[in-house]
Design a protein around this ligand. Structure first.
Ligand code: ZN
Ligand code: ZN
Length: 105
């Protein structure tokens, strides 16, 4: 039979490749699950973030909770223009920098 062994090798190679890909996929999934479990444990045991008191949010650093900043246009004009804070979009709060918004450190 011509090309028989070659075809077999190709099939075997394909199966192996598929197996490796499935394995790496399964590994990454199990690592993610493992990290999720670790994260959940940490959430239960870790003390709440001292900066945001566990809220995960803190007063916006840029506008200091005013939602408006005085913006100096780069046109050379001496007057400053009030505009919506670009950091918090006027929400007055931003994600806590200490705990990255998780609420615990
Ligand atoms: Zn702001
Ligand atoms: Zn925090």
């Amino acid at each position: 039979m011509r090309g028989g062994p070659l075809r077999l090798i190709a099939i075997a190679g394909g199966v192996m490749m598929g197996g490796i890909m499935t394995l790496s996929f399964a590994t990454s999934v199990s690592i993610q699950a493992f990290q999720a479990v670790l994260e959940a444990k940490k959430r239960k045991t870790a003390p709440p973030c001292a900066v945001c008191e566990g809220r995960g949010l803190m007063d916006c650093r840029l506008c200091h909770g005013n939602s408006i900043i005085k913006w100096m246009p780069p046109t050379g004009q001496a007057t400053s223009v009030p505009c919506l804070c670009p950091t918090c979009d006027g929400k007055r709060v931003q994600r806590c920098l200490n705990c990255a918004g998780r609420g615990y450190a």
